[in-house]
Design a protein around this ligand. Structure first.
Ligand code: NAP
Ligand code: 8YV
Length: 331
């Protein structure tokens, strides 16, 4: 049941704004959401379409994640929707055009995850170049002990090498700063040069890949960047170049990447994200020159807490602070 209240948003009988949760969120965040809002979990509905048909008009808010998003069909099924709060900075799974057309505010979690994602990008670079994961497998399999002095092959040095960053936004700049401690030469590619940064802008992605020992991808996902890293870019990176992707799986042509890794067209890859998560191409499991992570670049207690707090603050800003989201996506 929905009752009217003095504000513009209908509230539940217990006086809380009525919000639809899409996809699961950390348990503590779900509990906090339930304390402050009247939350219904869409995934718990046996017949999602029938539920939305019957009850879609009740919801004025959506809370979602970078995995679950909010597509045009969902937005259309919620005629009273005013605000979407996303647990995550990337909003490629939210149909921003549909939100904008309806005047729906979208909140996300920028900046609070820059450090963690940058740390993981550097970690992946080190892991794949220094063959840490492969070496760990070697030790666990007892091959060090039984190998008569044999070890794994030589890794490659990260310190002093050339790092190309694809996308010099909040996280890209944090990665660039991080590697100053590794004395790396840094250049970047983005559609526009970034003002007041010490790193050289490379307008050609192919030229950047050709120059780089390590190419780290940290652009936004979505249609505009789909398969930005294709076979040509991988060939330009070359047999001594490493790819690290902490952005979105869609940014890399995964079939081309598998081919390049299998055929030694690039030296290796560190991947946190994949085109069809949680599915990872099985062909990659057999390769030692690739490190595979299950989309965990922001996954620390500190960062996930900060992301959850911001997800809550964005909803509160909409409902209780005159529609002022702390971190709104520019529409
Ligand atoms: P941001 O500040 O908006 O930076 C995005 C960068 O991408 C900008 O430099 C932008 O520059 C560039 N870009 C956009 N389209 C481009 C194109 N077609 N070609 C080249 N460059 C392009 O975003 P952020 O906060 O750094 O986050 C970046 C992305 O990382 C997020 O959108 C998310 O998908 C991903 N992410 C992943 C994880 C994870 O767990 N693995 C965690 C957090 C974020 P121009 O507009 O000038 O081109
Ligand atoms: C999270 C992310 O894994 O912020 C993003 O865009 O991809 C990651 O931080 C995600 O938000 C959790 O849903």
């Amino acid at each position: 049941m929905t009752v009217s209240n003095p504000s513009s948003s209908p509230v539940s009988p217990c006086g809380k704004p009525i919000v639809l949760q899409v996809g699961r969120l950390p348990l503590w965040l779900e509990q906090r959401l339930n304390d402050e809002f009247d939350i219904t979990l869409l995934d718990a509905q046996a017949d999602r379409a029938a539920f939305l048909r019957e009850q879609g008009a009740r919801f004025t808010g959506v809370v979602t994640s970078a995995f679950a998003g909010a597509d045009a069909a969902l937005i259309h099924a919620l005629p009273s929707l005013q605000v979407i709060s996303n647990f995550g900075v990337g909003v490629d799974r939210i149909d921003l055009a549909a939100a904008k057309a309806r005047g729906i505010a979208v909140g996300h979690t920028p900046d609070v995850l820059n450090d963690c994602v940058a740390d993981m990008a550097v970690g992946l670079m080190l892991d794949v170049a220094r063959r840490s994961m492969e070496a760990d497998r070697f030790v666990r399999a007892g091959k060090w002990a039984s190998g008569g002095g044999k070890s794994i092959g030589l890794g490659r040095q990260v310190s002093g090498a050339r790092l190309g960053i694809v996308g010099l936004g909040r996280i890209g700049q944090t990665i660039a700063k991080r590697v100053s401690g590794f004395d790396m030469a840094v250049r970047y590619h983005a559609r526009q040069p970034v003002a007041s940064v010490p790193w050289a802008h490379e307008p050609s992605l192919l030229a950047l890949a050709d120059w780089s020992d390590y190419l780290v991808v940290i652009v936004a996902g979505g249609a505009g960047t789909r398969h930005l890293i294709d076979a040509k870019v991988l060939r330009a990176l070359g047999p001594r170049g490493f790819l690290v992707n902490v952005a979105r799986g869609s940014v890399v042509d995964e079939a081309a990447l598998v081919h390049a890794l299998q055929n030694g067209e690039i030296a290796g890859a560190g991947l946190d994200v994949f085109e069809n998560e949680p599915h990872v191409p099985e062909a990659l499991f057999a390769l030692d020159n690739v490190v595979l992570l299950p989309h965990i670049a922001s996954n620390t207690e500190e960062t996930r807490t900060a992301m959850g707090e911001l997800t809550l603050e964005n909803l509160r800003g909409h409902y209780f602070e005159g529609g002022r989201l702390k971190a709104a996506v520019p529409l």
